[in-house]
Design a protein around this ligand. Sequence first.
Ligand SMILES: *Cc1c(COP(=O)(O)O)cnc(C)c1O
Length: 339
Amino acid sequence: MTIMKSDVQSKLTEENVQPVTLADIEQAAARIVGRVARTPLVRASTLSEYTGQSVHLKLETCQPVGAFKLRGAMNAILLLDDAARERGLVTASTGNHGRAVAYAARELGVPAIICMSSLVPANKIEAIRLLGAEIRIVGLSQDDAQEEVERLTKSRGLTPIPPFDHADVVAGQGTIGLEIVKNLPELATVLVPLSGGGLAGGVAVAVKALKPQARVIGISMKRGAAMHAAIAAGKPVAIREEETLADSLGGGIGLQNHVTFALCRDLLDDIILLSEDEITEGIRHAARNECVTVEGAGAVGIAAILADKAELSGPTAVIVSGGNIDPNIHQKIVEGTTL
Ligand SMILES: *Cc1c(COP(=O)(O)O)cnc(C)c1O
C-alpha cells in the first residue's frame, strides 16, 4: 500500500478531492496553539521492554475534553469569518467530537447546537450541556439527528462542523504528527486509531512529509472497521454497525467522502484489526502499567503491540487518542472481572 508522493498528488487531483498539505497543518498548529494542549509524549517502559524498541505514548487523554478531537474542531471554528461565528455552529455527535465542538465554541464565544436522538443516554447529554452547548433532541436515530443538522444549516445558516471529513478538521488532527516528529526525530513507526480517518489522515500527511521513511499504521476494531472495508472495496461502502468497546471508532466514513478516504488509502502503510479481547487487554495494560485511563478507541495502539500484531522497526509513537470511558466498565476491566 506504500505509494510515492507524486502518485498521491496525481490521484488527489484526479478525484477532485480536497487535499490537506503539510503547510495546512503547520498553519493549524500556529492557529490553535495555546487553545489546545500540547500533549506529552512519554516513554512506555514495559512496552519498550516487551518489543525491544523504544515505544512512546502520545497522550491525547490530556486534552481538556479528554480526546484529540479538540484540535480539529478548534482549527475549523477559528477559520470561520465573523458572520458565520455570529450565526453559530451545529453538529450531531454525542461523543468526543460533540464535546470538542461544545468546548471550543464556548472558549471562542460562538453559539453551538448539538443535535441528538432521544436514545442518547442522559449522562452523555448532561456532559455536553455542562460545556455550555444548546441540546436539541430529535427523532430516534443518529440519522434523524443528522437531518436536523442539515435543516438548521439551511434554515438558520448555522455552520456544520463534521467529525472527520473536512480539510480544516483533518489539518487540526495532523498537528499531533508535527508534535511527534519534533519530540521523536528518529521516529520509525506511528500507530494511529482509525475510524473516519481524520486523525490517521492528518497524522499521515504530517509524518510522511517530514519523515518519508516512517510507517503510519491505522488500527481499528474487527467489529465494523469502516475505513478498512472501504479501502478493500476501492470506495466508501456501507457497513453494519456493531457494538464494540472501541465505541469512538464506530460509524461509517460517509458514502460521499471528500477528504479522508483518499488520504488513508494513499498514505497508510497498513491497517491492523483487533478483537474485543485484545482491546480489553490494551485498556487494562494502560491502567496497570502506564498509569493512564484510556477508552477502547484510545487503547488500540497499545493493544496491537500486546497482541503481537504491530511490527515495530525502531522508535515508535502510539497515539493514545482519548480517555472518555464509562468508569464502571473501566473498573471491571482493570480488576480483571470481565474480558
Ligand atoms: C474520533 C476518535 C477516533 C477516531 O478518529 P477518526 O478521525 O474518526 O478516525 C479515535 N479515538 C478517539 C478517542 C476518538 O474520539
